[in-house]
Every structure is written in structure tokens, then in C-alpha cells.
Design a protein around this ligand. Structure first.
Ligand SMILES: [Zn+2]
Length: 250
């Protein structure tokens, strides 16, 4: 989970439309929020990912559920309040069910920075306070099959990539390969890897944490610095990575 910036309410969602559809929901219980412009605006808000688990939900919006942070059965008048809407995957939506977020608050990533309450430890997410712990429990953020396994696979792929990059840079430093082509492969490969941990990528909060806690990344970074290849773009990307990633649980 990463912090999301609440975008402006879509212009199509006028007060009149909001009132009309809310009224309709109150009378009929119909899912009045199934509106294409609303789904598009929600996907833009979350970089096409589930706001909780960061899985991809963009594919023709077929995996997207409009999540009512405060549940629609209890807080009926908020069914079309823009600030109450989030993009969510079917799994997280189903797991959260009718949890009452007003009585027992969990993290709304469009309002609260998850980094302040959650930490990363060995492919798992840990809560460091009540809201963090409750969020993990209500959303089952350490679902073994669906999430922990995925993080492990990502971690393994990252390590493999880092090992390759470190081998390439060793050859470059030892003068075995000094061509521009090799140099670019190392620098661009490092940039591409860091981008996996930035908001546009799936599971970016944990991916960033995995990269930052992997000793092979520190090794690669120091080698790049030592031969002046840690350029301004890499400095910026690394800063964004630190900003995005969950800190290590201690
Ligand atoms: Zn999800």
C-alpha cells in the first residue's frame, strides 16, 4: 500500500447527478456507482492499481470494484461522495466486506500515509500501531497465496537482476568490458529496476522495500558511485524509491 493523492472530483459527477443517483440508491439499492467516468477517474487516482494491495486492476476495468471506504450499507448517503470512493480489487473488496471504518478506523491511503503505520519484514507487512495492525487484519494484507508468495517472487526476480547487474559492473570495472554499450546496459538496467519500486508499478510499496533492503543493491550503488555512473537521474529515482517504499520493521 502506498500513499495516494486524492485527485479532483470528476467534472461529470455534478451535485445534481450525485443527488439524483444517491436518491435512487436509497430507494432501490441499485449499484448507481457503475459509471465509466468514475472508474476512469479512480484508476487515474491509483495508477491503475488496487488502492490497498497494489495489484493491477486496469485491464478494461474488469477487475476494478468501486470501493466505498465507509461501507455503503451503513453510510448510504456517502455512496457517491468522491472522497469516500477508492479503486479496489475484488479480493480486497471482498475481504474488507462491511467493516465499519468509522467505528474501527483503518488506513485510507488517499488520506493517511501507510508508511507511518506499516513496516516491511521478510515479504510480510507489519503494523506498528493499532491502525496499522487492524488494516492488515481487515484487508488480509499477508494473504499467503495471493500476496506473500507474490512478494517472494518479486524479491527473487529483483535479486537475480541485481546479481546480473553486479556481474556486469565488475567486468566493466576490471576492464573486461568497457564499451559504451555495456555501460548503458548497467545504468539503464539499474534505472529500470528502481522504477519497479515507484508508484506506477504494481506492488510498488513492497517492491521498493525489497530493493532498498537487498545488500546487492547497496553494492551496486557504491560501485556505480565509485566510477561516476550514479547520475542525477539515478539520484532522483533513488530518492523517490525511498519515499515510496515501506521502511524495514525493527
Ligand atoms: Zn487489492
Amino acid at each position: 500500500m502506498i500513499k495516494l493523492n486524492r485527485t479532483n472530483k470528476p467534472v461529470e459527477l455534478t451535485i445534481e447527478l450525485q443527488d439524483k443517483l444517491t436518491e435512487e440508491f436509497l430507494k432501490t439499492g441499485k449499484s448507481v456507482w457503475h459509471l465509466d467516468f468514475l472508474k476512469k477517474a479512480l484508476l487515474d487516482l491509483s495508477h491503475n492499481k488496487c488502492c490497498f494491495c497494489e495489484t493491477n486492476i486496469s485491464e478494461e476495468s474488469k477487475y476494478l470494484e468501486v470501493e466505498h471506504f465507509h461501507h455503503k450499507d451503513k453510510y448510504k448517503k456517502e455512496v457517491l461522495v468522491w472522497e469516500n470512493l477508492l479503486p479496489c480489487c475484488k479480493k480486497c473488496n471482498g475481504t474488507k466486506k462491511d467493516h465499519d471504518t468509522k467505528i474501527e478506523p483503518i488506513i485510507d491511503p488517499s488520506k493517511i500515509d501507510p508508511k507511518k503505520h506499516l513496516r516491511y519484514w521478510r515479504y510480510r507487512i507489519k503494523g506498528i500501531d493499532d491502525i496499522g495492525k487492524l488494516t492488515i487484519s481487515v484487508l488480509n494484507l499477508n494473504d499467503q497465496e495471493r500476496l506473500v508468495k507474490k512478494r517472494f517472487e518479486i524479491g527473487n526476480a529483483i535479486l537475480e537482476k541485481l546479481e546480473q547487474l553486479n556481474e556486469l559492473i565488475d567486468d566493466y570495472i576490471n576492464g573486461i568490458q568497457t564499451k559504451t554499450l555495456r555501460k548503458n546496459k548497467i545504468v539503464n538496467g539499474t534505472k529500470a529496476l528502481i522504477k519497479e519500486g515507484l508508484p506506477n508499478s504494481i506492488y510498488s510499496g513492497t517492491t521498493a522495500a525489497i530493493i532498498l533492503t537487498e545488500p546487492e543493491f547497496e553494492t551496486l550503488k557504491s560501485k556505480l558511485i565509485s566510477i561516476d555512473l550514479w547520475d542525477s537521474e539515478l539520484i532522483n529515482l533513488n530518492e523517490e524509491l525511498i519515499k515510496n517504499g515501506l521502511e524495514l520493521y525493527k
